[in-house]
Design a protein around this ligand. Sequence first.
Ligand code: IPE
Ligand code: IPE
Ligand code: MG
Length: 251
Amino acid sequence: MSFLQAIQPDKVPAHVAVIMDGNGRWAQARNLARAQGHLEGVKTVRRITEAACRIGVRYLTLYAFSTENWGRPQEEISSLMGLLVSCLQNEMPLFMQNGIRLRVIGNTGDFSPEVQQAMRQALDQTAANNRMDLVLALSYSSRWEITEAMKDLALRVKNGSLSPEAIDAGKINESLKTAFMPDPDLLIRTSGEHRISNFLLWQIAYSELFFSPVLWPDFTEEMFYEAIADFQGRERRFGRIADTTLNSEKA
Ligand code: IPE
Ligand code: IPE
Ligand code: MG
């Protein structure tokens, strides 16, 4: 039986976040330039976007470029930027056919005018789609996002529109770039690294984590479905105790 058949339709996670890692190692293992690995990685983005949409995931967030990735060689950054622009244009039929709304979280002002223009266009073109939001984290890091949120709250306190006592988790949520969506239910990282690398630190407080040893270009739909099925078999307690324990105590 395939993992797709094992998925329970009523328990599909609303929000899946993915740290797409391993493009460079995939290329290195084949004596190819790192850029080739990123190119291959785009195919996986397409596969996983379609797979998520197919099973009814409402939000798919992909970590595509971190604040720290600006520290990579200029050549690699340029090839990533070129890929991003061509991807936003070439994948438009996929977005429109599947009702996918594109969103971007990150410091978009860091990008060249050409890249910003391509993003703007893709965001506008898909704005009315409502089956799944594909959220690209671009020039994103969690500490940057939280710092921006703190500045925003401090300014509101300073201008008198917010009292310090009114600041709670809800107000902080509203100030984050992710305010439009729920926290990730499931976070997947590929390539065998067991770390978060500055991604959605606040939002993953109670996310289920799934680490795959497979490099991103080799990650298949079936592996994605396996992660979903694994998630569905877990018990999320959120600090409380299991429902079954409660019921047996009542009985
Ligand atoms: C992930 O693959 C893609 C980006 C960070 C842009 P990497 O480029 O980090 O690949 P590895 O980790 O070096 O193999
Ligand atoms: C995390 O991967 C960032 C993205 C996937 C965009 P990295 O490859 O940049 O992270 P580290 O350096 O392994 O922590
Ligand atoms: Mg990496």
